[in-house]
Design a protein around this ligand. Structure first.
Ligand code: HEM
Ligand SMILES: *[C@@H]1O[C@H](CO)[C@@H](O)[C@H](O)[C@H]1NC(C)=O
Ligand SMILES: *[C@@H]1O[C@H](CO)[C@@H](O)[C@H](O)[C@H]1NC(C)=O
Ligand SMILES: CC(=O)N[C@H]1CO[C@H](CO)[C@@H](O)[C@@H]1O
Length: 440
């Protein structure tokens, strides 16, 4: 498939980009300026109704109800936890890309971009690739560099992570490739394909292909491409900023639960929502937190948006040796304030609950620092369809890999293969196949 060839080529080019070897997380922790803990956090409430954030953000704080657009009203409802944060609304007929109908529909070009993203985000096994995971993390790191206390200095979901050198900051290690890819898409769609806009048409300009929009749309496309992932309602039209913002506002995998709760509180994200968001690690394979264990996943089913991550991190099921748990994740799983919500995501009944909570929390996260929420356009219909049922075709081989923590070329090859969503075939690899390029 063409898209995989592209990945291989890109992978080769990208290895020349300098990557900071160790992200230096502990330093960041000292830099955090933290308010006193909200007393509500000390009560182990945990129920959806009582322990969540309903706070308004951005322009919705000051706009009177009569001045709200449809989108303004919808987002306000979503922030206040009414309305559904997931949706399956989809195009029935997509207008041709070069048609007038497409030009008049803000979301139309996004459908084409989302399809192109999907090719990169989904692997042969049906799982999502490292590109999808990077896209989700990129959306978080762009939006998450914002806090109430520093809001006057800007920050948030403003694309600055890829528009400036922000992506080379230590805490963004591992996201360099994704920013380069976002810039490639920007060039392709904006510059080359001529989806350009007149200066007068400012809103249209904002709705078009700025990396900022890509970074939040990219995250939502990636999330739904991961099998079992939610289809998060998606809004476009954020305003770009070329000002790099505050690195110290992102979390460290070595923080304790209380620090993390405080850090996210200051972003209007409740402990409850934090527990839902952090479940994105269900898909991941860390590379930089412990470099000698590069490629080791955070649960036994990397690339699948399942609740096994919650079970294994909590310790309610046996976890194979190769699964690498971040200290911060374990801390949240065990802390009194967050444990109750954590446990509510365990088991098959947890999936639907988690997906809804994740979608709700991600909508909030993706709108931090956005001061034109009332002018956004909803483009959920541009997202690909979700995969509601999924079983790894190669779980037996995956399990074999997971139960050995031995570091060898073979294990790295398997990790690489899984990162690109390929099917694991241990026998082939053990037979000494040194072929790095996965059969695509
Ligand atoms: C307590 C908060 C969090 C901490 C401490 C944290 C930390 C980390 C670390 C250390 C990595 C691995 C980087 C590496 O070694 O290569 C990672 C990966 C990742 N994180 Fe988080 N994270 C947090 C919250 C979140 C949130 C809120 C999201 C999304 C909504 C998210 C999404 C991801 C994803 C998708 C990856 C995988 C990236 C990839 O495969 O390239 N994380 N995170
Ligand atoms: C709301 O709209 C009215 C008129 O339509 C305008 O005078 C007022 O300034 C607006 N208020 C806000 C907060 O935008
Ligand atoms: C990384 O993992 C190895 C193997 O489990 C361990 O010996 C080492 O202490 C870890 N290093 C760090 C920095 O956590
Ligand atoms: C414009 C702006 O807010 N820049 C800030 C980005 O973060 C650094 C480090 O915290 C500050 O020194 C800048 O002022």
């Amino acid at each position: 498939m063409l898209s995989y060839t592209l990945v291989v080529i890109l992978g080769t080019i990208i290895t020349s980009v300098p990557v900071v070897a160790f992200p230096g997380f502990p330093r960041l922790k000292q830099l955090m300026k933290i308010d006193a803990l909200n007393p509500a956090d000390l009560n182990n409430i945990g129920s959806d109704a009582a322990d969540d954030s309903f706070e308004l953000i951005g322009d919705l704080i000051t706009l009177s109800p009569s001045n709200l657009t449809q989108v303004g009203r919808d987002v306000k409802e979503l922030l206040m936890k009414s309305g559904s944060p997931e949706s399956d609304v989809a195009y029935i007929d997509v207008p041709a890309l070069d048609s007038t109908a497409c030009a008049q529909d803000t979301c139309c070009v996004w459908k084409y971009i989302a399809d192109e993203m999907t090719d990169l985000f989904r692997g042969e096994s049906g799982r999502c690739t490292r590109w999808a995971r990077m896209a989700v993390r990129l959306g978080f790191h762009d939006a998450g560099a914002w806090s109430k206390a520093t809001a006057h200095r800007g920050g948030g979901a403003d694309g600055s992570i890829c528009l400036t050198e922000e992506y080379t900051f230590q805490e963004n290690s591992g996201l360099e490739d994704m920013c380069l890819q976002m810039r490639t898409w920007y060039d392709e769609w904006h510059t080359k394909k001529g989806f350009d806009i007149s200066m007068a048409d400012l809103i249209r300009k904002q709705n078009l292909l700025h990396p900022v929009v890509s970074s939040e749309m990219g995250a939502n496309v990636a999330t739904v491409v991961c099998p079992l992932g939610p289809r998060v309602r998606s809004f476009v039209g954020r305003v770009d900023s070329a000002v790099p913002n505050k690195s110290e506002l992102l979390p460290s995998p070595f923080s304790d639960a209380l620090d993390l709760i405080r850090l996210f509180r200051d972003k209007t994200i409740s402990p409850h929502a934090l527990v839902a968001l952090i479940g994105a690690h269900t898909t991941s394979q860390q590379r930089l937190t412990n470099v000698t264990r590069a490629g080791d996943p955070q649960d036994s089913t990397p690339g699948v948006w399942d609740v096994l991550y919650y079970e294994e991190t909590y310790g309610s099921v046996e976890t194979p040796e190769r699964v690498f748990k971040f200290p911060s994740d374990v801390a949240l799983a065990k802390y009194s304030v967050t444990a109750k919500e954590w446990v509510s995501f365990l088991g098959t009944a947890g999936q639907g609950h988690w997906n809804t909570d994740y979608a709700s929390a991600y909508i909030r996260l993706s709108l931090l620092g956005v001061n034109n929420i009332n002018q956004l356009t909803e483009c959920t219909k541009a997202l690909p369809a979700r995969t509601e049922e999924y079983k790894n075709p190669d779980q037996e081989n995956m399990d074999e890999w997971l139960k050995s923590s031995q570091v060898s070329l073979t294990s790295e090859e398997i990790a690489d293969r899984i990162e690109l969503g390929g099917i694991v075939d241990i026998n082939n690899l053990l037979a000494g196949s040194s072929e790095r390029e996965i059969e695509l």
